[in-house]
Write a protein that binds this ligand. Sequence first.
Ligand code: PPS
Ligand code: ADP
Length: 219
Amino acid sequence: MNDTNVTWHEHQVSRVDREMMKGHKGCVLWFTGLSGSGKSTIANTLDHRLHQLGIHSAVLDGDNVRHALNAGPAMLRDVHGEEFAQRFGLGFSAIDREENIRRIGAVAHLFAQAGIIALTAFISPYRADRERVRRAMPEGDFIEVFVDTPIEICETRDPKGLYKKARAGEIKGFTGIDDPYEEPTAPELQLHAGRSSPDVLADEVIAYLRSSGIILPRS
Ligand SMILES: Nc1ncnc2c1ncn2[C@@H]1O[C@H](COP(=O)(O)OS(=O)(=O)O)[C@@H](OP(=O)(O)O)[C@H]1O
Ligand SMILES: Nc1ncnc2c1ncn2[C@@H]1O[C@H](COP(=O)(O)OP(=O)(O)O)[C@@H](O)[C@H]1O
C-alpha cells in the first residue's frame, strides 16, 4: 500500500551481511507487563549480560522514549506550539498507547534489521497492539516476553509512587487499577519476576536466545 509517491529502496548492505559481521541475529525481545513488574530492570540486566558476551543489544524503555520520540503534549508545547503538541503528543488513552506501541514497534524493527537485539520495555497493555507489531515483522523476529508479576507485588514495590496516586484518584486510567492490562495468551517467554531475581530471569532469556539460534550456543 502506498498513499504517497514514496518508493521502497533496497540497501546495499543486507541484514544477513550485518548479522554475519556481528556473529548473531537481530530480533526484538518485547517485554510486556504492569508498571513495576520489572520490565526495565530485567531488560537492563540482560543488556549488560549480552554486552559482556560481545552481543550487540539496545534497550528502548517506556519512560525514556516518552521523553523524546513519544513525548507528551506538555513536553512538546514549548518548542513546537499548542497545535503540534495536541496533534502529536502522546498520553495514556487507548489510542495514544496504540500509537506509542506502533512507533516503538517500527523503531525496534529497524534495530532488528540492523542486526541488533532490541529490548523493548513498555507496558503495551493491549493484545491487538502487540500482535500488530508481531505481524509487521518476519516470523521469529518478535519474541514476546511476559513479565508476569502479580499486581499486589507491583503495587507494594511502587518505586515511583504511581499506584498510590492512582488509588487516590490523582492519576486516571492507570494500568491495572482503572485501565486494562491484557495478558499475553501465548508469549514465547513468561518470566515470574515476583519469584526470581533479575539475574536468574536474564539467564532464562539467554537460554532461549541460544536454543532458538539467535545467538550461538557457545556465546
Ligand atoms: N496512566 C498510566 N498508566 C500506566 N503507566 C503510566 C500512566 N501514567 C504514567 N505512567 C508511567 O508511564 C510508564 C508507561 O509507559 P509505556 O509507554 O510503557 O505505556 S504504554 O505501553 O503506552 O501503555 C510507566 O512506567 P513503568 O512503570 O516503567 O511501566 C509509568 O511510570
Ligand atoms: N525480579 C525482580 N525481583 C525483585 N525486584 C525486582 C525485580 N525486578 C524488578 N524489581 C524491582 O521492582 C521495581 C520496579 O522495576 P522496574 O524494572 O522499574 O519495572 P517496570 O519497568 O516494569 O515498571 C524496581 O524497584 C526493581 O528494583
